[in-house]
Write a protein that binds this ligand. Sequence first.
Ligand code: ADP
Length: 739
Amino acid sequence: SKTKASPVTRDASEPKGKPASGPLAKKRQELLPIRQALPIWAHASDIRQALRGPHKDVLLLVGETGSGKSTQVPQFLLSEPWCTGQIAITQPRRVAAISLARRVADEMGSTLGSSSPGSKVGYSVRFDQSVSPSTRIKFLTEGMLLQEMLRDPWLKQYSVVVVDEVHERSVNVDLVLGFLRNIVTGDKKGRGGKPLKVVVMSATADIEGLQRFFEDGYRLSSQHSSSNGTTAATNGTEDSESSWSGISSSSEDEAPKSITPRKELSNGVEPKNGSPAASISQCHIEGRQYPVKTMYLPEPTQDFVEAALKSIFQIHYKEPVPGDILVFLTGQDTVEGLEKLVKEYVLGMGPEVPKIITLPLFAALPQHLQQRVFAPAPPKTRKVILSTNIAETSVTVPGVRFVVDCGKAKIKQFRNRLGLDSLLVKPISQSAAIQRQGRAGREAPGQCYRLYTEKDYNTLGKNTTPEILRCDLSAALLVMKARGIDDVLNFPFLSRPPHEALEKALLQLLQLGALTEAGEISDIGRTIAKLPLTPTLGRCLVEAAKPERGCLTEMIDIIAALSVENVFLNLVTEEKREEAEAARRTLYRREGDHMTFLATVQGYAEEKSDRKAWTERHYVSHRAMQNVMDIRKQLRGLCGQLSLPIADIEKSSEELTTSILHSLLRGFAANTARLMPDGSYRTLSGNQTIAIHPSSVLFGKKVEAIVFSESVFTSRSYARGVSAVRLDWVAGVLAGTDG
Ligand code: ADP
């Protein structure tokens, strides 16, 4: 049932009792009129109504980016009588989770997270957690909610889970939706009979698929309970046809199971709670979009960074201030490259021209720097925000009148021939291009400069392919297995991944020793599932913790360095490159990038007086190293909790290096290549040619075999994060004789 707008007078987040005073309350008062002006405000009572009462458990909410979904919906629900537990809101990105938490705390006149007692809002993202016992609203990444589900399959601490940004269709959001469907449509035994409400929010209107997805869940559950007389959430998989013969396991917890139909859906089997559709409401927030004039390039460009630079200054000289520019680029590298160029050009601007400030925006950027994009530009100044696709729907930047869209994004894609996920720069879809364009028309009519031709636009795919259809599924399957889903084939997928992809992922988990031959999760698999790392990196860590390896602290440092985008600064010019090579020589290790990362992290950590100066001396990114230190601390803590032991046996440096390389190989056995007589490298598993990336310390070197932690594809396949290893070690791991 669609809901209509109705006037709202009550502010749901109004604290009861004495009126508060002080700076927090003042801020709250200041923000209230801004909130009331959001398009969603008029729908507050509809949204509450849609979830009020028994069996009204699912709300599908559609609204343009910036209409107020993420910040307002949790506040609307907070005072509902059924809302006695916490409210979870999932985000695909850590940046958004943290900045939204901060914003909502401000709007509620509360402090944030663990910083003070009584704070109502918190967040939880990979390597960073800020919650207190009084937290009511918790923003968390999809990955963190999945982690919580491993500990508490029924999500008992929550009254409602709000799934935000579903249109992005990350693998994790698809998993979250599957698990949630099992909970809401099953019996509520594990939740002590209490319902779990679910709000699914999207910036794009195609939610009929979601409607059917939940309807199917209710229908199957009612059919299941009426066909065998048992309750819906009991294990319905024991006699389901599984083509994974041998790949099923007994579960040890009472996790809600996916429900498999026993026979064809028969009409006339009504759920106990009335028709499935009755439990699901839809709400559409009308957009507030001004017209955006769109310009294309007459000819395709080879260099979108340069084209972006031109557009920025064309706009700057022609258009009045205020009016900020938002530029969509592919990743941290292009953002930082363009930032440098803009800053150089700004130096040549006359005093009569308004000023420009550049603000980078990408996931790995530290919080306080991200927060700067929300501040209005100073007088007579234009903000130029250089962003990855983070600003497409996740983060709404105020003040933007001009959008410059490079038409590309960095996406993860499984490459069958290589047998692994690579980061690829790919053309975006039309719907992504429209989202980007829309950012220019939030507050007034705007302009969008597309750095591609109109003809190229017409050849773009209509929608972005869901990640689950194009990525490595090993992490997803491990989560399912750890969560007690035996029959992964019958998991309720919003989009069912291809059979081969599932099979491949199961095989990989088997190779990692995360699953047993029978397809049951192993102890190692359980440990890996609890780590906020990919199964491969998790396996490296577990291996390093073995007594015979004894290199856990070192592996933590390496993984921390691999988890940030660029430890070493990008170098634009040739002479700079030579200078940097000389400065970094003390850090370079002949064994390759991983040992070099280790030397870098250790060197930085040992520097006690001036770390910033140290990074400048070594041409290392200070920003990245601060993140590395954060991650290192978190990982050390986690390893302690999981009882992964830190070695106390002294080793020679050569023994230590050997242990580290062996541990890396255990996780990355599939990412190995050998030297061919013609000097090229070929992967051992797929027999594909792969070159060592120019950024590697092993670039141009010939060693008998390599192991690499990442592959990128530009004009050809490149291995990044490369270490030299012995061929007999690789053979040993691949033969499975190496533990
Ligand atoms: P939606 O979820 O529909 O995209 P949001 O609730 O995220 O909308 O945003 C509503 C408004 O709140 C936006 O106009 C945005 O500018 C503002 N906002 C969101 N986060 C922040 C923040 N961290 N700082 C300042 N303003 C913010």
